[in-house]
Design a protein around this ligand. Structure first.
Ligand code: NAI
Length: 335
């Protein structure tokens, strides 16, 4: 089988890190890459956030590799393409691995965040009254259960020993209460994996304060969004971290960072996070379609990216002088 991979290059540094990653993928896998235009730049040119027929193109593909997309908070704006893709394909699990590098990271860390990706404060349910705005924080039993099951399965598959649920049940008694109730119900079905929980503010402190703070973290949407940037800071740069957004039938892979307008167009963005996201994509495609070779290439790509960083081939966000292209070439050499 020859996978069809949709590609959204995105805004800001998106095209730079995506092109660098494609320059590797095109050399190591047999696949069709199908560009889908979307994002702020496309919107400014055409008035459309995603090209006509774009969602169809995604539906016809096996996976999506994407760069960050800007959602302007001021001026002419549009509803988030990211949220639309997550909802349309029900990409309910956002998986973000964080692994430290000696001499670069602030602390030792090897953890995976499993973030609930379609509910919580990103429910999209908002109401505006004259002097009052309300955003509904929705946590459903089904949503809480399936993301907890996902986290325990991931722990088992990766040989990890503990899953920690992150919450604020002391204040958000009902919504986080339900999240936690389902977590422990699912935990009881996985006796081989330890289960515990942490209040979100204490978890933020622990992330920066101790080595090996967590193993697998299970987080409602907003906590996952915020704590993953904290973890990226500890690892050393937002540019070092990749993510997978997974549903039952489709998945999208992207770096965790945004469009980084401050460095866009200079060829110095760190492509490692996007390369790691692409390696997760190959592993996901490999396991979904029983393509052991593809999964193997994905693992090699991840190891090569890690080695490139350990070998000190670094972009300026990590104090180095390498360009985006040079880092990608170094990864390819190591594959
Ligand atoms: P950002 O992640 O773009 O930038 C934060 C800081 O990290 C900046 O100093 C930037 O230079 C640095 N940085 C980020 N990625 C880097 C890389 N690969 N290499 C080197 N340095 C890097 O966060 P910000 O400024 O909050 O977001 C900008 C825009 O991105 C917003 O419009 C936001 O909505 C969008 N965004 C999109 C995401 C997506 O499409 N998945 C995710 C996060 C933000």
């Amino acid at each position: 089988m020859r996978p069809k991979i949709a590609v959204i290059r995105g805004d800001g540094i998106g095209p730079e890190v995506i092109d660098a990653t494609l320059s590797i993928l095109e050399r190591i896998v047999e696949a069709d890459f199908i560009e889908v235009r979307a994002g702020k730049r496309y919107f400014m040119e055409t008035g459309l956030p995603i090209e006509e027929g774009g969602m169809e193109k995604l539906r016809e593909s096996d996976a999506l590799l994407k760069g960050p997309i800007a959602t302007p908070t001021r001026g002419r704006t549009y509803s988030s393409v990211n949220l639309r893709i997550r909802r349309e394909f029900d990409l309910y699990a956002n998986i973000r691995p964080f692994k430290s590098y000696e001499g670069i990271s602030l602390r030792r860390m090897n953890l995976v965040m499993v973030r609930e990706n379609v509910e919580g404060l990103y429910s999209g349910e908002e109401e505006l009254y004259e002097d009052k705005a309300i955003t509904k924080r929705v946590i459903t039993r089904r949503g809480a259960r399936r993301i907890a099951e996902f986290a325990f399965r991931l722990a088992e598959d990766e040989g990890r020993s503990r899953v920690t649920a992150i919450h604020k049940k002391n204040v958000l008694k009902l919504s986080d209460g339900l999240f936690l109730e389902e977590f422990y119900r699912v935990a009881a079905m996985h006796p081989g994996i330890e289960a515990d929980d942490y209040i979100v503010d204490a978890a933020a402190y622990r992330l920066v304060k101790v080595d090996d703070p967590f193993d697998v973290m299970l987080l409602p949407n907003l906590y996952g969004d915020i704590l993953s940037d904290v973890a990226a800071g500890v690892v050393g740069s937002l540019g070092l971290c990749g993510s997978a957004q997974v549903g039952d039938n489709y998945a999208a892979f992207e770096p965790i960072h945004g469009t980084a307008e401050d460095i866009a167009g200079r060829g110095v963005a760190n492509p490692i996070g996007t390369i790691l996201a692409a390696s997760m994509m190959l592993e996901w495609l490999g396991s979904r379609y029983g393509l052991a070779d593809l999964a193997q290439v994905g693992r090699r790509m991840r190891e090569a990216a890690d080695r490139t960083v350990r070998d000190g081939i670094l972009t300026p966000d990590l104090g180095g002088g390498a360009t985006t292209r040079e880092v990608a070439e170094a990864v390819l050499d190591r594959i």
